[in-house]
Ligand binder design. Structure first.
Ligand SMILES: Nc1ncnc2c1ncn2[C@@H]1O[C@H](COP(=O)(O)OP(=O)(O)OP(=O)(O)O)[C@@H](O)[C@H]1O
Length: 119
């Protein structure tokens, strides 16, 4: 099963993104917000470097959300019963999404300050 061709691994990865879109409302919401933010940046014609930083921040949020969803799905399948360690694992995974989200908001604010203020 290891060392499959690149195109096949890309197909698996795209299936994962599609699956997250299908079952995770928070992933869909973040995807819509990401598209709106990118459209806003194109309209505002922010500098390419800020655009690149913003894309990285957005990708980090979506990637952590995907990992969080993957972890939740696996845990719920392997151990459906409640357990304090599962609570801790899920809370930590959710914490990674929160951190990435806060960082993305800070990046957006810094971009606005840097573009529109004399500070
Ligand atoms: N099996 C479990 N044992 C103990 N606590 C759990 C368990 N499952 C969930 N929890 C607690 O409930 C919280 C929410 O879990 P859940 O799986 O519903 O995640 P969610 O972030 O609400 O998922 P979704 O993104 O699908 O809405 C977890 O962060 C954790 O604190």
């Amino acid at each position: 099963m290891k060392n499959r061709p690149l195109w096949e691994r890309v197909r698996f990865a795209l299936c994962g993104v599609k699956e997250a879109c299908r079952r995770e409302r928070s992933f869909r919401t973040q995807g819509v917000i990401a598209m709106l933010v990118v459209a806003g940046f194109l309209v505002l014609r922010v500098s390419l470097i800020w655009f690149a930083i913003a894309i990285m921040a957005i990708a980090l949020v979506l990637a952590t959300e995907l990992t969080n969803a993957a972890l939740e799905a696996m845990i719920d399948r392997l151990h459906p019963e409640r357990h304090p360690e599962i609570r801790a694992a899920k809370d930590m995974a959710a914490g990674s999404v929160l951190l990435a989200g806060v960082a993305a908001v800070v990046v957006g604010l810094l971009m606005l300050i840097s573009t529109y203020s004399t500070w």
